[in-house]
Ligand binder design. Structure first.
Ligand code: ATP
Ligand code: MG
Ligand code: MG
Ligand code: MG
Length: 561
């Protein structure tokens, strides 16, 4: 490609509202342009990098046995109502109406659409397991879009969904996709780590996030300095920091989850959707894990309501909403809540923004309750989130913290969606069973920004060879010099014929401008056609190391290999 034919609008100045390196450089080097807040156009250079990442994603997904399809971004509200998320997803879901006043959402994720599709098309265990994926634009009305492509309101995601007849099959595919993700981020060249994650609004239990390690990351990772243990601090177990004094009433005794005291039991007890703000915390008591779920039911009377009823923002939740937020049908809740709320509230956990409390009965649940305002919280001082310097929960090594950018997320969803939406299959005995599901996301456009964040220097971007928009940046120093222009044209054709992706700066700009732009864009190899071109001598410069060598024209292709 010749620069006079493409569009690479580089900027000398750093755009004022771009706070981090990747955002600044991707704008300055002309890879993208902002439209509105969190909404961007990919310019010709940007789309090339994006496509490289997509190619890697596709190769690894297909290799792991996933097959590509493409679902609509425009999704009918009915699907979301069936799953319950129409009521619980909140303002991040972009909603709109068509001319007939029918409601729709712009896809923030596709569990509902894929579950409805597979429920219609797959009826027998013989068609399972099935793993599908798509690469598509997603819409989320983020509260704080920022850092360019890192947190957009319109962004590109690879999302995959798997359907199974049994747990072993899900475990196997989850493992396979975990490996695929490891391969994808390794091939992208980023420094990353897979960590134990919070299942958030998606529902489900086993879940890992893939984090690119970076100071600008919004997540904090707790990891052991000696073992493989790594978790998102959001979800790192709350630990007991000192022995609980015997005089203190032990709130854990209040948790009556009969027969649910082993980790497996607790985990299956927790196989619920957890609204992001409704945290489930695990901690260890006498070698057992106890789950603390922020929710309320039977013991509502124990909650010392102060001004619960007249607090304007407290609303009665609909049964569907209650079911979604609490994660299980109203009426089937285990005992609760108040004590757990107290423990958590003391940990200064921001979890009750949208908490639910109420009785174990339909229409008796309130949302938007706040500790202190709506009920009193008491003091427990010996529980807290994991901290730096703690012994790792696996007993090996000491906990350290690092910042991470979440580029990927894998979940074992279980039957959360298939049950809600009646996606069933007939098993070998002709019995109808809900499909067991997994889902797996990669922020493709976020990954592009994460790569840019990790690969740059004071002059500009430093693309790893396999993601670079072009492999060679060919620069005739002076286009008005006929010899240089002719040699450059000849090399351009030659290199292209050899299968190399070449960008040629054929602009009639000063050498200084061309070199500065070239450094900014960050193509790995620069070939300069200057005064010595008349003698068949060119200069090859490695962008990353600054290493320069003079090469004979005839040997160029060989040198570039
Ligand atoms: P975050 O915690 O950063 O808000 P998320 O947990 O809400 O992300 P998921 O629902 O797990 O995101 O979506 C799968 C992937 O999509 C994420 O791992 C991330 O890489 C990407 N992603 C999510 N939100 C955005 C966004 N606003 N802009 C760009 N990429 C995003
Ligand atoms: Mg999010
Ligand atoms: Mg997240
Ligand atoms: Mg996530």
């Amino acid at each position: 490609m010749k620069q006079t034919m493409t569009l690479i609008p580089t900027l000398r100045e750093t755009p004022a509202d771009a706070e981090i390196k990747s955002h600044q450089l991707l704008l300055r080097a002309g890879f993208m342009r902002q439209n509105s807040s969190g909404v961007y156009s990919f310019m010709p250079l940007g789309i090339r990098v994006l496509q490289k990442i997509e190619t890697i994603v596709r190769e690894e997904m297909e290799n792991a046995g996933a097959v590509e399809l493409l679902m609509p971004a425009l999704q009918q509200a009915e699907f979301w109502q069936e799953s319950g998320r129409w009521y619980s997803y909140g303002p991040e879901l972009m909603r709109l109406k068509d001319r007939n006043n029918r409601e729709f959402a712009l896809g923030a994720t596709h569990e509902e659409v894929i579950t409805s599709l597979v429920r219609d098309e797959v009826k027998s265990y013989k068609r399972l397991p099935l793993t599908v994926y798509q690469i598509q634009t997603k819409f989320r009305d983020e509260k704080r879009p920022r850092f360019g492509l890192l947190r957009g309101r319109e962004f590109i995601m690879k999302d995959a969904y798997s359907f199974h007849a049994n747990q072993e099959s899900l475990d196997e595919v989850y493992q396979r996709l975990f490996t695929a993700y490891t391969n994808i981020f390794t091939r992208c060249g980023v420094d990353f780590r897979a960590v134990i994650a919070d299942s958030g609004a998606m529902g489900g239990k086993d879940t890992h996030e893939f984090m690119v390690l970076s100071e600008v990351g919004e997540d904090t990772i707790a990891y052991s300095d000696t073992s493989d243990y790594a978790a998102n601090v959001e979800m790192a177990p709350v630990i007991l920091t000192k022995e609980r004094s015997t005089e203190t009433e032990n709130p854990l005794e209040k948790i009556e989850t009969p027969g649910q005291k082993t980790i497996e039991d607790v985990a299956s007890f927790l196989n619920v959707s957890q609204q992001q703000c409704i945290k489930t915390l695990l901690f260890k008591v006498d070698d057992k894990y106890v789950a603390v779920l922020v929710r309320g039911d039977h013991e509502v009377n124990d909650i010392k309501l102060k001004n619960f009823y007249d607090a304007g923002s407290v609303e009665l939740a609909s049964p569907a909403e209650t079911q979604e937020i609490l994660g299980c049908p109203v009426g089937s809740l285990g005992p609760v809540g108040l004590k757990e709320v107290e423990i958590l509230a003391d940990q200064e956990v921001e979890f009750l923004v949208n908490a639910v409390t109420g009785a174990n009965e339909e229409d008796f649940h309130y949302i938007n309750v706040n500790p202190n305002r709506d009920f009193e919280v008491s003091q427990y001082t010996d529980l807290r989130f994991i901290q730096e310097g703690d012994v790792s929960p696996d007993g090996e090594g000491t906990i350290k913290f690092a910042k991470g950018i979440e580029v990927g997320h894998v979940f074992k969803l279980g039957t959360r969606y298939s049950e809600a939406m009646n996606a069933v299959y007939l098993d070998e005995n002709g019995r109808s069973q809900p499909m067991i599901m997994g889902c797996y996301g990669i922020g493709v456009s976020r990954t592009l920004a994460a790569v840019a964040e990790q690969f740059n220097d004071d002059k500009g971007l430093l693309w790893p060879a396999n993601l670079a928009p072009y492999q060679v940046h060919l620069i005739p120093v002076n286009m008005k010099d006929d010899t240089q222009a002719a040699v450059a044209e000849e090399l351009y054709q030659d290199l292209k014929a050899q299968g190399l992706a070449v960008l040629m700066d054929d602009r009639k700009e000063r050498a200084g401008v061309k070199f500065a732009d070239s450094d900014l864009i960050g193509i790995p190899v620069r070939v300069t056609v200057g005064k010595k071109a008349a003698d068949g001598i060119l200069e090859v410069k490695i962008r990353k190391t600054g290493e320069v060598l003079e090469v004979n024209k005839a040997e160029l292709a060989e040198t570039l290999k």
